[in-house]
Design a protein around this ligand. Structure first.
Ligand SMILES: [Mg+2]
Length: 257
């Protein structure tokens, strides 16, 4: 494979696992960037701002990622809603409100003022917030999810992700959420706009998000085995390549020294 202009790279399970870097990740990113290939870092985590995500990448891999190269599901949500809402009631973590606000999305404190409810992972979720969001949607507000990941990993095991909170609201409102993160259209549209012309390769560890996104766009796909998906799952969905880790990516790209 060769002549890629953009690599869309997942984070957890590809560059690092929790706080631990994947061996060789930083060197691989350096090599890809030095070959003139644009790196975009795409994450379904909506709880951090782009600047915070870039800082995490640099602290764990030592690759100097720029906030301009980061795409979060919160940013995809802001892009999806731009100009289309008078007021959003937000359930979400610390990074979600500033990401929406900096894109010009008006945020309201009372569900009564909302024509849209945005739901992301919220570690401080309360029953009252779920009740207010339900009342807003039942009164006609749109239900929009940053992402629909059912769980996410912690050192103790899997815990509820944004998708589990979205499911509670879908059940309570009898409505289906518009979902913005990988592999859904709002995230794909934002990545298409950032990638521009030229060919794109997606690298990720989860077939149902990262690889599904690449397949939906007709982009080349690479599964790394440092995260959740297995070689069998990668083969079943038709990923182009399976590699032990991102350290093998420069070889796949035909740029290895
Ligand atoms: Mg991942």
């Amino acid at each position: 494979m060769g002549n890629f202009t953009t690599v869309v790279c997942d984070l957890d399970g590809v560059l690092y696992r929790g706080p631990e870097p994947v061996a060789g990740a930083g060197a691989a990113l350096d090599e890809i960037a030095s070959a003139g290939i644009r790196l975009l870092f795409a994450t379904n985590n909506s709880t951090r701002t782009a600047a915070e995500v870039a800082a995490v990448i640099e602290s764990r891999t030592r690759y100097p990622a720029s906030p301009a190269d980061v795409v979060t599901s919160a940013m995809a949500t802001a892009h999806h809603l731009a100009g289309a809402t008078k007021g959003v009631y937000v359930i979400g973590g610390r990074g979600l409100p500033p990401t929406l606000a900096s894109a010009g999305i008006p945020i309201v404190e009372s569900w009564r003022d909302a024509d849209c409810v945005v739901v992301g992972l919220d570690p401080n979720l309360t029953y009252e917030k779920l009740a207010d969001a339900t009342l807003a949607v039942r009164a006609g507000a749109r239900l929009v999810a940053t992402n629909d990941d059912a769980t996410f990993p912690t050192p103790q095991g899997l815990v509820p992700g944004a998708g589990a909170l979205v499911a509670a609201l879908e059940r309570a409102t009898n409505r289906r959420a518009e979902v913005c993160g990988k592999p859904h259209e709002p995230m794909r549209r934002l990545l298409r706009e950032l990638a521009g012309q030229g060919s794109v390769l997606v690298v990720g560890d989860r077939v149902e998000t990262d690889i599904a996104l690449g397949l939906a766009e007709g982009w080349a796909t690479v599964v790394t085995l440092t995260g959740v998906s297995t070689p069998e799952e990668a083969e079943r969905v038709g990923a182009d390549h399976v590699v032990a880790s991102i350290a093998d990516l420069p070889l796949i790209l035909g740029i290895s020294g």
